[in-house]
Design a protein around this ligand. Structure first.
Ligand code: FPP
Length: 256
């Protein structure tokens, strides 16, 4: 995975709703988001946490459209971590049902808009019906040329790196790979994000300032943006604020 510079592809004509303060030439190519705070959003309104997740799904739908309209190449969202299985069963079941429902309702429209969908994580542990929908969505949209939309479900950065180490060790054991061939590039080839550029900007909502096992390898030189705004309230204006902060950053990738 090669880190991208601020060389960008967005053009003024495909970003009609961008505020003038943003330079469409210097948008991040790849935005990654930890969509946090759904539970708190609902609890503060005396509603069940699941309502927060449903509202969060609407926010995601809106922001995917914005990113696509503005010419951002890729959006990666953390929908369910390997640790989230430890939540109450009702909430886990609701989230799985929500992912399924969103796919059923939105897939056709996303396909028409050229969205290319991918899923990150160990999908074998997902309910059979969701797993089937996930595979259908990947297959249906694989040749699309619009925004790359990565949904991390049952994803953990450590688990992904561990799996890569296992696959590489097996290749060395079989003799199809030599120790000297273990490089950053070959490790990247074994991660579930293989072939995709690293995120330029990582956003986490709800005031928490940690990575929570999200894209641990891929975020090495990513710009971080943390906001107190809860995910449900993270609207187009909030995203533009994050993009404006990103455009103020000087990216050096360890150089001077
Ligand atoms: C974190 O908030 C959020 C999640 C674990 C679920 C994210 C899911 C969505 C936004 C639904 C839409 C996703 C797709 C792919 C359709 P939290 O529950 O940890 O909030 P809290 O920290 O306030 O408890």
């Amino acid at each position: 995975m090669t880190q991208t510079s601020l060389r960008q592809t967005a053009t003024p004509q495909n970003s009609p709703q961008l505020i003038p303060a943003l330079n469409p030439q210097f948008l991040p190519k790849h935005v990654a988001i930890i969509m946090d705070g759904n539970g708190r959003w609902a609890t503060r309104r005396n509603m069940p946490r699941t309502i927060g997740h449903s509202q969060g799904a609407r926010t995601l739908k809106d922001l995917l459209r914005c990113c696509s309209d503005w010419g951002i190449d890729a959006l990666t969202v953390y929908a369910f971590s390997t640790e989230n299985w430890q939540r109450p069963l009702d909430e886990v079941n609701f989230l799985m049902m929500l992912f399924e429902r969103m796919l059923q309702q939105e897939l056709a429209e996303m396909h028409i808009k050229g969205v290319k969908i991918n899923f990150l994580g160990d999908l074998t542990a997902l309910p059979v019906t969701l797993n089937k929908l996930v595979k259908q969505a990947i297959e249906l949209t694989q040749h699309n040329r619009g925004i790359q939309f990565n949904v991390a479900i049952n994803y953990g950065g450590r688990a992904d790196i561990t799996k890569a180490c296992q696959a590489i060790s097996q290749a060395v054991q079989r003799g199809t790979m030599q120790v000297k061939d273990i490089t950053e590039e070959s490790i990247e080839q074994h991660l579930c994000t293989r072939g995709q550029p690293a995120p330029d900007l990582m956003i986490r909502t709800s005031g928490e300032m940690r990575l929570s096992n999200f894209l641990l390898w891929e975020l090495a030189y990513t710009e971080m943006y943390f906001t107190d705004t809860l995910w449900v309230d993270f609207d187009k204006q909030e995203l533009q604020k994050a993009l404006a902060v990103y455009q103020q950053r000087k990216r050096r990738f360890g150089r001077l």
